[in-house]
Design a protein. Structure first.
Lengths: 506, 332
């Protein structure tokens, strides 16, 4: 396995080197970096031109310039990075660090969301092939990957951001909106859950009643402006998540695993109760990450302690439950800070920038600010990727569902859950990992455009400004970050691939 | 594509294998003994089968009709080059504005800020975008097929070199390398742009074709052809590629939709089509700030891109189902 990974890393490094060479030569030949000075009437033009030629080393041969850049990058391994300077003499390394953090945040979040939503949708549509649900998801998927991102971004700015901001100023749903939302929710859920006509009607009616009542209660509490969740809500959601994860992976019949998951959820909530003073006031990122790691370790330990004969499965289930519980805790804290956040920023979703300039708030309010800023670009990027992922998952699932071993599994009397999760889905995952890795590169392309539309100062802006000025250093910095990210993603996919399919490990 | 069977010199003996597009299911359906459709004793060639399955795909058929209408309207309305069209207004002239330029009967897509007829402008942008998309689709298909076929058939060092080259292109984000090349080629008009975009979009097709060829070259009919001394070129063009035609056609279709989205994105960023040429992307870029005041300037080009890309994707899906009908049979 180690040999396999090392070989992949070696091959990736060579590919990156080749790609950097190509990119460098293409960039420096894409135009004339002195064009604006040649056309200017500035009496200093000649001097400025000489200065710029000096800075960009225009008099040296392209190979020398490339070597210069490469050795600067090579310095990163020994601790003194040098990514060169821009056409105006600004150090690119500093620019890159700023830009990369916002861009990678956006891309990582979208990728994770897209994987979860896309794969889930793909499985559901494959199980309910040729249902109304399948057709509508298929059509939406086609719609989303035919969507010009830059165009959709403007639409989203108008309809999601501005309209939402107008709405949140009041924060009340009109009665007919509630009815429409409830009807839609009921319709969707009955389509997903399926069953006989009677069951479908019952599902739809139940969901309709539930949503209607909930929304009216929310209205009465002014929940959208002063939302609260509370520790009871956290407990409820975590326990539900534990049960759901158990049902999906081990089956509710496996009591050991079920109890392990429930223990995890309860322990998580108790831990929240005790660490709340630490968390709510002014935590640091380090503290949060540390607590998260502790939470995961404790959850897995609970699984190991409860597991018995089903130890591995219990550990998986408790691990996932622990992660979900942590996220629910964070969500609870964020929700509690929402009304304070609204007080500082009355129009919460602004359409420009990755964070509000001069925003003055506590830690969680700053997080909320970043969250509302990242919301729209993430939705956009996620939609496009979800479309691809759901389609590939669907076709991959359909393929495995037709295999003989699935028929065997059915005929020996396994439950439908076991057939789908253990036999079909695991094998369907193999092609999906490849697609996810590939799609990551496409997502970076999408990020360039989204950042442009939403006015983020990220890698996209670095690339665009650099290319406009025929300035290789920022363009190469963009390439370096995205290239390494893509290679890492491919490597992850390869490892996942090898883990899923032992035949690959040679 | 219509007569894979007839183009094959191996005759009827190899028929069941030769007509296989990589799957046994198709082979069974195409084999003369198993009737393709119950209750009909007529036998169909592979091409006819594919066509029948395609035309039964309602979404694909609708998409094809819509795309046909879009193309016909875009090219006949304002004419191409010196040939005049049936639309009475010219995209270069500024007319008197009616009101604030909102869509009317005389100007169905409205007028832009200077009073130009927006229908004519959008049609011109559509023409350019369609030309680029199709040129890119064809070029990238040819390049991808050649590279994939060579790598898959000859294996060895040639495969290593070609596939590493493909990896190099895959590592660079498509939009980035296309932007750099587009900037270089932008001045040489839309054909230059189409050429360079075609040079960077072939990667996924090359990988798919290589995978397909890798499995086909081990088939008995290829071994038989080699045994009687058929040249490698003839084996590739007459035996291997016709059997990979499904993968190639589907990818070609999808590369057209990639191309139209890529070109409009580049034009939107300013690295694609340059003035005086125009495309749907440049139109959106030009008028994106007008969304609040003159929404029609923003809606039409976007809807055009969406329609074209959506139609192409649906046609691709229909073709995939037609060439590889396995997935439609799971309902048993």
């Amino acid at each position: 396995m180690l040999k396999f990974i090392l070989r992949r890393i070696g091959a990736s490094a060579l590919v990156l080197l080749g790609a950097s060479l190509l990119m460098f030569f293409l960039t420096i030949n894409s135009g004339d970096p002195l064009k604006d000075l040649r056309e200017s009437n500035d009496p200093n033009a000649a001097q400025l031109m000489a200065e710029r030629s000096e800075r960009l080393r225009l008099d040296d041969s392209p190979w020398e310039r490339y070597w210069d850049w490469l050795s600067g990058v090579g310095g990163c391994f020994t601790g003194n990075c040098d990514l060169g300077v821009t056409i105006n003499g600004i150090d690119v390394l500093g620019l890159t660090q700023q830009a990369a953090s916002s861009t990678l945040r956006l891309i990582t979040l979208s990728t994770l969301l897209a994987i979860v939503v896309g794969v889930a949708l793909g499985i559901l549509t494959a199980i309910r092939q040729y249902s109304g649900f399948d057709y509508s998801v298929t059509f939406s998927a086609f719609l989303f990957f035919s969507l010009p991102v830059f165009w959709a971004a403007t639409l989203l700015k108008e309809f999601a951001a501005i309209q939402y901001n107008n709405w949140i100023a009041v924060g009340q749903y009109a009665p007919w909106t509630i009815v429409i939302v409830a009807v839609l929710a009921g319709f969707l859920l009955q389509a997903v859950l399926g069953g006989s006509t009677r069951r479908r009607l019952a599902t739809a009616a139940g969901v309709f009643a539930f949503v209607t009542v909930m929304l009216f209660v929310f209205n009465a509490l002014d929940w959208w402006r002063n939302p609260m969740f509370g520790i009871g809500g956290v407990l409820l959601v975590s326990v539900a998540a534990g049960v759901l994860v158990t049902a999906l992976t081990a089956g509710l019949g496996n009591r050991r695993v079920l109890y392990a998951a429930l223990t995890t959820a309860v322990v998580g909530v108790i831990a929240y109760w005790f660490t709340a003073p630490l968390l709510v006031d002014e935590p640091t990122w380090l503290l949060l990450i540390g607590l998260f790691v502790v939470a995961v370790v404790v959850s897995v330990a609970i699984g190991a302690a409860w597991g018995g004969y089903a130890r591995k499965q219990a550990m998986l289930v408790t691990g996932i439950t622990g992660v979900i519980t942590s996220f629910v805790v964070v969500a609870d804290i964020l929700i509690a800070h929402w009304s304070g956040f609204l007080g500082i920023k009355s129009r919460p979703i602004s359409t420009i920038g990755s964070q509000t300039p001069n925003f003055d708030g506590e830690f969680w309010e700053r997080v909320l600010d970043m969250g509302t800023q990242i919301l729209l670009p993430t939705i956009l990027l996620t939609l496009v990727s979800v479309a691809t992922h759901s389609r590939y998952t669907r076709s991959s699932m359909l393929e495995t569902l037709n295999q003989d071993y699935v028929r065997t599994a059915r005929s020996k009397g396994l439950s439908e859950r076991e057939v789908i999760v253990k036999h079909a889905f695991r094998n369907a995952l193999i092609p999906i990992t490849t697609i996810v890795a590939f799609d990551f590169a496409a997502l970076i392309g999408g990020a360039i455009i989204t950042e442009e539309v939403f006015g983020w100062k990220g890698m996209g802006a670095l690339f665009q400004d650099g290319l406009n000025a025929v300035d290789p250093a920022p363009v190469m910095a963009f390439f370096l970050v995205t290239g390494i990210a893509a290679v890492l993603m491919n490597l992850l996919a390869d490892i996942a691939y090898a883990a899923l399919d032992p035949r690959i490990r040679r | 594509m219509n007569d894979i069977r007839n183009s094959n010199p191996d005759g009827e003996d190899y028929e069941p294998q030769v007509s296989v597009t990589s799957t046994d299911a198709v082979g069974l359906a195409a084999g003369g003994s198993a009737a393709p459709l119950p209750g009909e004793d007529k036998s169909y060639s592979q091409g006819q089968l594919v066509a029948r399955r395609f035309f039964r795909h309602r979404g694909a058929l609708t998409a094809m009709i819509v795309l046909g209408i879009v193309i016909i309207v875009a090219f006949t309305s304002i004419g191409i080059g010196p040939i005049p069209g049936w639309w009475s207004k010219d995209y270069t002239l500024q007319y008197d504005k009616i009101g604030d330029g909102a869509p009317t009967w005389a100007y169905p897509f409205g007028q832009d800020t200077g009073g130009k007829d927006y229908f004519a402008l959008v049609m011109r942008g559509t023409q350019f975008s369609i030309i680029i998309a199709f040129a890119v689709g064809i070029l990238s298909t040819v390049v991808g097929t050649v590279i994939g076929a060579l790598a898959g058939f000859y294996r060895g060092w040639l495969e290593s070199v070609l596939m590493r080259m493909t990896d190099v292109f895959i590592v660079i984000p498509l939009l980035a390398v296309a932007a750099v090349l587009g900037r270089m080629a932008g001045e040489s008009g839309i054909w230059g742009l189409a050429f360079v975009l075609g040079l960077v979009t072939w990667t996924s097709l090359a990988r798919l074709v290589r995978g397909e060829v890798l499995s086909l070259r081990e088939r008995d009919f290829v071994l038989a052809a080699q045994a009687v001394g058929t040249s490698a070129w003839r084996i590739i063009t007459r035996h291997v590629l016709p059997n990979a035609i499904g993968v190639i056609i589907v990818s070609a279709t999808l590369s057209i939709s990639t191309a139209i989205l890529l070109e409009t994105s580049l034009s939107f960023l300013g690295f694609g089509v340059q003035a005086p040429d125009t495309s749907l992307g440049t139109l959106i870029n030009e008028y994106q700030s007008a969304f609040a005041t003159r929404p029609w300037l923003f809606w039409w080009p976007g809807l055009m891109i969406l329609t074209i890309a959506l139609c192409v994707n649906f046609i691709g899906d229909g073709l995939r189902d037609a060439f590889d009908p396995r997935q439609n049979r799971s309902k048993d």
